[in-house]
Design a protein around this ligand. Sequence first.
Ligand code: E4P
Length: 218
Amino acid sequence: MKFFLDTANVEEIREYQELGIVDGVTTNPTLLAKEKHRGDFRDVVKEICSIVDGPVNAEVIGESHGQMFEEGMKLARLHENIVVKIPMTVEGMKTVHALHREGIHTNVTLIFTANQALIAAKAGARYVSPFIGRLDDISHFGVELIRDIVTIYGNYGIETECLAASLRSPTHVVDCATAGAHIATMPFAVLEKMFRHPLTDKGIAQFLKDWETTGAKI
Ligand code: E4P
């Protein structure tokens, strides 16, 4: 499973880039708005592209096909790794289809049903983003949607990748991996928590304490 960081914060991205475990980045208008102190959002997106050697997702704002297509073309010109995020609407799917014909990768966002994921794939989306956390928030089992999408895509040899989004905890990542998600995009705080276990810390402390009694050096 590929890991994407769900952030527009360049320091966070830089920190994990060194570990070689981040395969891409997702942003959305909310995440970019948090970084508005850095200036033009296009510069933020370009800086992210200079750090990460993989897909960097940037979202359109327009609601009509015409607006989304124009914005998508502009975003795609920022860097070759840009993936254009398009919301799951009829107009959005026209744009996905048109950008696909231009050879531009798209990610259909705000996916909440398997039918929406099927439509997005048929329109030519490279990725779909089912929002797990937001489904859990309204008492659905978000991970079931991941399982359904992965099964359906597998049944028909569909190449669109299922990018599990709106992840809120380390257990969400395990659930999505178990369900077969191709990619999990996660906030920095979730990735940080995935490293930790109190028994790891306890074990390290014990090993160090015992080693000190030997007086030896490596
Ligand atoms: C990423 O592509 C999504 O926009 C993001 O994961 C949404 O997360 P949220 O539901 O926590 O806002």
